[in-house]
Design a binder for this molecule. Structure first.
Ligand code: ASP
Length: 345
């Protein structure tokens, strides 16, 4: 039994959960945190001490960029010692990117960061926001027999499941279970009780000081392959100035057409010091540059495999590593290192 109540900070950044219908044009617009919590009087019955912090201008999460991630991390940094856990209310559209970013930024994290939101605004009768918020707060409050938080990483809670944040992807605009974790099992499931999948959790044995990495760089371009993509299109994309990393969205387990002109073009760019990452258009499973001749060719010319990382984690990790101003070799090496459970080794 816990004798001391956990102290949780609720951070409101925006998203559908806090939106209301704009009477002028009928669109959904983010409103204040007060408005949102007024819809859930049950919050006062929770077994935790709850404080809240609202972004001055809550936004639709499609507005998010690395400054927005830094703003959330700053609030966590300033309140880290005073609270046992954090629940972040966030739009679902880019939730997986923010979760990936926080997981990589917050080195030595030993407290729970649970990100949640909803598909329907809190003010609507059938909202999924009430359950998502209440369960997220409960999960962030739970401690083990030694008084340590059970969750010690960045997670997303959505529709009865808790997932590792950097393994998530938004896959549905209409179902309540909008978030999936295709390559990693849920960390917990909320039924009558919270059922933890203890072997899937990251548990820290040594408690070091929290270190936050605020530097990012977005010199990155995404190239999605499709049947019939032309050399001209590829050449145009690969000649973009100020781009040092190209993420190739390939077919199946990491394949592209076996055409000499395409391979030679990538090879030429690699020799100019550009980095290439191979991420599959398939969400489940991993890139395997050893199975097919095309994947093997890419590996041979220096294309880095994203293995089973999500597209979102790949983009965020790349931006983080670019912020470190590494050499090309350093980037390639670091990209293949697991930082916060985003990659199965
Ligand atoms: N557009 C909204 C957002 O990402 C969608 C949502 O919250 O579900 O902020």
């Amino acid at each position: 039994m816990q004798d001391l109540k956990s102290k949780i900070l609720l951070i409101y950044t925006g998203g559908t959960i806090g939106m209301e219908v704009n009477s002028e044009d009928g669109s959904l617009m983010p409103v204040s945190l007060e408005n949102l919590v007024n819809h859930i009087p049950e919050l006062s019955r929770l077994e935790c001490e709850l404080d809240s912090y609202s972004f001055k201008d809550p936004v639709d999460s499609s507005e998010a960029d690395w400054e927005f991630w830094n703003d959330i991390a700053k609030v966590i940094e300033e309140n880290y010692e005073a609270y046992d856990g954090f629940v972040v209310l966030h739009g679902t559209d880019t939730m997986a990117y923010t979760a990936s970013a926080l997981s990589i930024m917050l080195e030595n994290l030993t407290k729970p960061i649970v990100i949640t939101g909803s598909q329907l605004p809190m003010g609507m009768l059938r909202t999924d926001g009430r359950e998502n918020l209440i369960s997220s707060l409960e999960i962030a409050s739970l401690k083990d027999q030694h008084g340590h938080s059970i969750l010690q990483e960045v997670a997303i809670y959505f529709e009865y499941s808790l997932y590792r944040g950097n393994r998530c992807h938004k896959f549905s605009t209409e179902h309540f279970d909008a978030i999936i974790s295709p390559n990693y099992p849920p960390l917990a499931e909320a039924g009558v009780k919270i059922h933890w999948n203890l072997s899937a959790l990251q548990r820290k044995v040594d408690f070091k000081n929290l270190r936050i990495h605020y530097k990012w760089k977005s010199d990155i371009a995404i190239i999605k392959f499709f049947p019939g993509i032309s050399l001209e299109q590829l050449t145009y994309s690969l000649n973009q100035p100020n781009t040092s990393v190209f993420v190739l969205e390939t077919f199946g387990s990491g394949n592209i057409p076996m055409r000499n002109d395409i391979i030679d073009l990538i090879k030429e760019k690699v020799s100019e010091g550009k980095c290439f990452i191979n991420v599959s258009q398939c969400r489940k499973g991993n890139v395997d540059q050893k199975t097919y001749a095309s994947g093997m060719k890419l590996s041979e010319i220096g294309v880095i495999s994203a293995e089973d990382m999500t597209f979102e984690a790949v983009v965020v990790k790349t931006m983080h590593l670019l912020g470190k101003e590494l050499s090309v070799e350093g980037f390639a090496r670091e990209f293949q290192v697991e930082y916060a459970g985003e990659l199965s080794i």
